[in-house]
Design a protein around this ligand. Structure first.
Ligand SMILES: [Zn+2]
Ligand SMILES: [Zn+2]
Length: 228
């Protein structure tokens, strides 16, 4: 019985593949703090996707997927499984090429979110390349489920994998939304499951007050209360 239970626990992974440490200009957590909370939330994998920066994080307790959320000329893209930092300000196509050259996969974060006119890639942009691309259909920072449905419809129309993520900037957000998959213990396995569409977005939305911490975070950073 005990063995059955153990097998049950480790037979799947909850992965939060979009989070921010204080190496983002609006983030509140050290990478170590972030990993501690992720472990407490019983996540099996995490990606620290700081804004325009590849933060190298290592852990013996939780599988870490290297990642970066990159500002392009037309909204943001996330590169997962990359090894070198990609600069902000390139076109979405050039950014995609850089991610793919490194063997990474592209995630379109929070598409169609009307409250993110600048950072939502697909509000007003016809994004061509869709090789090794997944759609973050569920972002826990959505203020309603409307963008979830639009993103889901887009992913279905283009036959793309669908992810869920918290986009956490504070400890209270980690793991609110996540991507569910069969057990994996290395980066290639996670990326492979995503590309094979063996992933399901799950979770709930964070309370709207978490948004207040982003401008406050920028103030805290400008007062040099954080390392960046
Ligand atoms: Zn941010
Ligand atoms: Zn983000």
């Amino acid at each position: 019985m005990a063995l059955f239970k153990l097998g049950h626990i480790i037979s799947y992974v909850r992965a939060d593949l979009h989070t921010h440490s204080w190496y983002s200009p609006d983030g509140w957590m050290s990478p170590e703090h972030l990993l501690r909370v992720a472990k407490k939330q019983r996540l099996g994998a995490i990606a620290v996707t700081d804004h325009n920066r590849l933060t190298v994080v290592q852990s013996d307790d939780i599988l870490v997927i290297p990642g970066e959320e990159i500002r392009t000329t037309h909204g943001e893209l996330i590169g997962l499984g990359i090894t070198e930092e990609i600069p902000a300000g390139l076109s979405p196509e050039e950014t995609t090429d850089r991610i793919l050259e490194q063997g990474g996969i592209v995630v379109i974060p929070h598409p169609f979110d009307e409250f993110r006119r600048k950072s939502a890639l697909l509000l007003n942009y016809d994004y061509g390349p869709r090789k090794r691309t997944a759609v973050e259909v569920l972002n826990a920072r959505y203020l309603s489920w409307k963008p979830y449905e639009r993103a889901l419809a887009y992913a279905i129309a283009h036959n793309l994998p669908t992810l869920g993520s918290s986009d956490a900037h504070t400890p209270w957000e980690i793991g609110r939304a996540y991507t569910f998959m069969h057990y994996c213990d290395d980066v290639d396995c996670v990326l492979g499951r995503i590309l094979k569409k063996e992933v399901v977005p799950k979770g709930r939305l964070s309370p709207p007050w978490v948004h207040g911490f982003s401008p406050l975070g920028r103030v805290a950073h400008s007062l040099r209360l954080m390392p960046l």
